[in-house]
Design a protein around this ligand. Structure first.
Ligand SMILES: [Zn+2]
Length: 275
């Protein structure tokens, strides 16, 4: 009997600790990560406008405030306070549906979003190599510039969507220079922020990881994002490794709420165990 009570208490303590450590309610910043936005069927990387409406309405109703990259930077660097219940919306790659399907909803619900662009994929009169692109249809530079006037800030997401896990340090440096130069050429205002392609930087060698952080810093990057389905406490512990949570179009609505609360990793683990 005593054994059972002690075990129960330990389990409770562990659960309480995990909830505290991971939850956005305890001083964490949920950074949500999207990719494509469609008007019809959702899939793993695609959220439908129908789902987004529900999600945005939920965030507004519950008093969450969406923030820009520049606001997180000002908080990290100058300790400028963030609004109550902050949440960050990030969208990777720069698909054209972000302009056609997401942008009108951002205005309607007064939501701020941050789009990480693959610089070499952005369409412009001088860029013919991008169509057709097997990854999908990408936005035009002028569409990005239009969005930057109100609801959207932009960041870097490499030049050709290559993985920094497989590139050498000199190749990473060349990619950073190309990305920066191209975005400047296109006249798209960007924040000094980068999102790693393929979500994470899975580098076994700690030294190479630190050298990569140094390169990012040398080339002007002040925040870099991965995908770990985790919520970081703010101010962030490592500004070159900020956690984001993947919001899948295959999630039922309750799972979106779990993402915002910061507990999706625990839920995914439980789900796997039960299967
Ligand atoms: Zn990507």
């Amino acid at each position: 009997m005593v054994y059972l009570i002690v075990t129960g208490l330990i389990v409770l303590l562990v659960v309480a600790f995990l909830l505290f450590k991971m939850g956005s309610a305890f001083g964490g910043l949920p950074v949500l990560n999207y990719h494509k936005i469609s008007t019809d069927k959702p899939d793993f990387l695609t959220v439908s406008t129908h789902q987004l409406r529900r999600q945005f309405a939920y965030l507004n109703k519950k008093g969450y405030t969406t923030i820009f990259l520049s606001e997180l930077l000002a908080h990290v660097e100058q300790k400028k306070p963030l609004p109550a219940r902050p949440v960050m919306i990030t969208v990777d790659d720069g698909y054209r549906d972000n302009y056609n399907n997401l942008y009108p909803l951002l205005k309607e619900y007064d939501i701020k979003a941050n789009i990480f662009l693959v610089a070499g994929f952005i369409r412009s009169p001088d860029n013919k190599q991008v169509a057709p692109n097997p990854m999908g249809e990408f936005m035009f530079a002028e569409e990005a510039i239009e969005m930057s006037k109100d609801q959207v800030q932009f960041g870097w997401h490499t030049y050709m969507h290559e993985s920094y896990s497989s590139l050498s340090l000199p190749e990473i440096e060349a990619d950073l220079i190309k990305t920066k130069t191209r975005l400047q050429e296109l006249g798209i205002p960007v924040q000094p922020c980068h999102a790693y392609t393929f979500g994470a930087y899975n580098q076994q060698k700690e030294e190479k990881k630190l050298a990569m952080f140094q390169l990012l810093q040398q080339h002007g990057i002040r925040l870099a994002f991965r995908v770990s389905n985790w919520v970081d406490k703010i101010p962030v512990e490592n500004r070159f490794f900020v956690s984001r949570i993947h919001v899948s179009g295959l999630f039922p609505f309750w799972k979106f709420k779990v993402c915002v609360w910061g507990y999706i990793k625990i839920f995914n683990r439980f789900e796997k165990m039960l299967k």
